[in-house]
Design a protein around this ligand. Structure first.
Ligand code: AHR
Length: 503
């Protein structure tokens, strides 16, 4: 089976915003406690942060991390997490039916971000709270001093402002499960007024308004049209979320779902354009896809806690999906979709980063390891910086229910002109047949393969565990070659591949 691709240095989608490879840490399950923070752990630093986790996060070169939620933020009082630790209250978290000790809050998390070299993307509570708390938090976080809230921050040990630039105006406010759920009009008005107040403090902030929680919400996509109608001129991004599952164990259909993602992005890009025209506005709004991942493996397990059957446990295991090899392919296709839509999707956050539906897992008091999905995320984040190329792709297809024709070859490519590299990210969705790949590298001049990484396995269900952390990992591909301006390679059935060229 053959697939042909044409890549041309002048045919591009867009410069990629590095924040396309962001992630997310919520006060949920063991993401914070025994995830990033575990005083007493053998690798913990003086502040209690796990060094083994810091190393793995650094390896991923995560450019931005959204915090502190998620559903958690919609009933969170940020003041509970600042000031002397012994005075911080324990609160009941209604979103996940757990207890929150508040031993980690804004100061600790911002310090952790500095340690791992990432930007903090902060969400404000527009569920149980509103404009007033958002403006107080902003003053506490970003004002140098000489006002009530900024002086409190200084008294709490942080002289210089945190200078957080990127702010989410609530979380999934379209979801009936959200504490303080609102209609699109109620939320749109509140988000507009909150954005206006935040901009009055600092007009250079980047603000993200809530779009839909998924493309199956009954209010989608009217939600986006209404919310943007209220907020268009005050915000920079509209957020979208999507999670993927394969409960039916139908690999071909599962791997087709990135086309739904593509359609979701295209639809909201259309709503943005419509609103821009309606407002006669000169400014652009982009998509912040600030929650995405595979999420289904842990759902049965979590029911007891989420339904309150275990009381109010502190940092229990929740949403601990054990990712398998099949999920590598799905995550590869999702990342390709974001790269191919880099003109409208500027920020995307893999939800989440540690323990909770995460590429990094830990055992309390024990090891930290890379889940299977760590690898496609790693390759995209580290080697996917530059300009997304507009590829012409000719691939055989298969039919998937509710999706239509699905190309067997899923591919994106990024040109880093500064370093002189072109990197291809490829997934072969075919269950049994290899794809003979033929890429025409017009205009790139002399090129050679400098890296070729393959992730493949005969068992789709295999996972990486503390005892077998390397069951799934990339191996060096060997037969990709460039000759006379053509890259050729055989892409194995159900495999992920990264091929990096020096051009
Ligand atoms: O990431 C897990 C949860 O999924 C988040 O808290 C919420 O925003 C979404 O529904």
């Amino acid at each position: 089976m053959k697939a042909a691709v044409v890549a041309h240095s002048k045919f591009t989608v867009s410069e990629i915003d590095p924040r396309l490879y962001g992630s997310f840490i919520e006060h949920l399950g063991r993401a914070v406690y025994t995830g990033i923070y575990e005083p007493g752990h053998a690798t913990a630093d003086e502040a209690g942060f796990r060094g083994d986790v810091i190393d793995l996060v650094k390896e991923l070169q995560v450019p931005v991390v959204r915090y502190p939620g998620g559903n958690f933020v919609s009933a969170y009082n940020w003041e509970d997490g600042v000031g002397p630790r012994e005075e911080r209250p324990v609160r009941l978290d209604l979103a996940w039916h757990t207890s929150e000790s508040n031993q980690v809050g804004l100061h600790e998390f911002a310090d952790w971000c500095d340690k791992v070299g990432t930007e903090l993307m902060m969400a404000v509570n527009l569920g149980s709270r509103g404009l007033d708390d958002a403006r107080n938090l902003l003053e506490y976080t970003n004002h140098p001093g000489g006002s009530a809230w900024s002086d409190k921050r200084r008294a709490n040990g942080r002289e210089a402002p945190f200078d957080v630039k990127l702010w989410c105006l609530g979380n999934e406010m379209d979801g009936p499960w959200q504490i303080g759920h609102k209609t699109a009009d109620e939320y749109g008005r509140l988000a507009h007024e909150t954005a206006k107040a935040m901009r009055a403090f600092d007009s250079s902030l980047e603000l993200v308004v809530c779009g839909s929680s998924n493309a199956h919400m009954p209010t989608y996509p009217q939600w986006e049209a209404t919310v943007l109608d209220h907020t268009y001129n005050e915000v920079d991004y509209i957020s979208l979320h999507m999670y993927f599952e394969n409960r039916a164990k139908d690999t071909a259909h599962y791997l087709a779902r990135s086309l739904e993602l593509d359609n979701y992005i295209a639809t909201i890009a259309g709503v943005i354009s419509y609103t821009k025209a309606k407002k006669r506005s000169a400014k652009d709004v982009y998509i912040s896809f600030d929650e995405w991942n595979v999420w289904y493996h842990s759902k049965e397990r979590d029911k007891a806690i989420l339904e309150g059957g275990e009381g109010w446990p502190e940092a229990p295991p929740l949403l601990e999906d054990d990712y398998n090899f099949e999920d590598v392919l799905q995550v590869g296709c999702i990342l390709n979709t974001f790269i191919n839509r880099a003109d409208v999707v500027k920020i995307a956050c893999l939800a989440q980063l540690v323990n909770v539906i995460a590429p990094i897992m830990t055992e309390p008091g024990g090891a930290a390891w890379r889940q299977t999905i760590f690898y496609p995320y790693y390759f995209a984040s580290v080697f996917g910086r530059g300009t997304a190329l507009k590829l012409m792709v000719d691939s055989p297809t298969y039919e998937a229910k509710d999706v239509g024709a699905v190309p067997y070859l899923d591919v994106s490519a990024v040109h880093d002109a500064a370093s002189g590299h072109v990197t291809f990210f490829l997934v072969n969705r075919h269950l049994t047949e290899a794809l003979d790949l033929d890429v025409s590298l017009l205009e790139f001049g002399a090129a050679s393969v400098v890296d070729d990484q393959v992730i493949a396995h005969s068992d789709l269900q295999i996972t990486n565990t503390a005892d077998a952390p390397d069951a799934v990992k990339p191996v060096k591909g060997e037969e990709a070659v460039v000759s006379e301006g053509r890259l050729t390679a055989s892409i194995a059935p159900l495999s992920y591949r990264m091929i990096r060229l020096k051009v």
